[in-house]
Ligand binder design. Structure first.
Ligand code: ZN
Length: 196
């Protein structure tokens, strides 16, 4: 195919779906910068980082980004040139807390209708922390109400704890994100680890 036509076709395809082409961002050691959420940059951020020479392109989509005087394949995986010390502890978010508890009610084991329960109720001074909040289904949450665990005989399967990023990552192998581009699997190893 004529090179100019190739550029043209690439540009047409690209404009329709660029926003669905994020790049996986790896640290300088080729580990994802973060798993939860997965470190993804928009195509604009990636192109900018390439120009500033902050990242190395490891894989690309079959699409071109183009502006007058330049064209490049849209990166699908990039690695930072300079290593960033990763956080040891994950953010205290809904998703991360459910992930720590494997999306299972800590009182009855169901996966449905999940909410959060304060093990020591708030009206007894219980705080909203990793160490005091567990995943609980709405019926269990209602049943427990504002009572202490001993008073109602409801103890979580696992004593709540602050997980490390590593622990969440291990847990997350069973819950991969909905969308993974083919070129990312080499760096995420979901399949390999699931089979192990
Ligand atoms: Zn339950």
């Amino acid at each position: 195919m004529n090179r100019a036509i190739g550029f043209y076709l690439g540009t047409v395809v690209m404009e329709a779906s660029l926003d669905r082409c994020p790049a996986l961002v790896l640290n300088a050691d080729y580990q994802p910068l973060s798993y939860y959420p997965l470190s993804l940059w928009s195509w604009q951020e990636v192109v900018k980082a390439v120009f500033l020479e902050r990242v190395q392109v490891l894989s690309a989509y079959d699409r071109l980004v183009r502006s007058p005087g330049f064209a490049m394949e849209l990166p699908s995986v990039v690695a930072l040139k300079r290593y960033i010390q990763p956080a040891k502890y994950p953010a205290f978010t809904r998703f991360n807390l459910f992930l720590r508890d494997s999306f299972v009610c800590q009182y009855c084991g169901t996966r449905h209708d999940l909410t959060f329960d304060h093990v020591i109720p708030r009206n007894r001074g219980g705080r909203t922390t990793w160490e005091n909040v567990v995943a609980a289904c709405a019926p269990c949450n209602l049943r427990k109400g504002g009572r202490m665990p001993k008073a109602c005989g409801m103890h979580p399967y696992t004593t709540p704890y602050q997980p490390t990023v590593r622990q969440l990552h291990d847990r997350g192998r069973a819950f991969p994100p909905n969308y993974l581009h083919d070129s990312w699997s080499d760096f995420l190893y979901w399949d390999a680890e699931l089979e192990a």
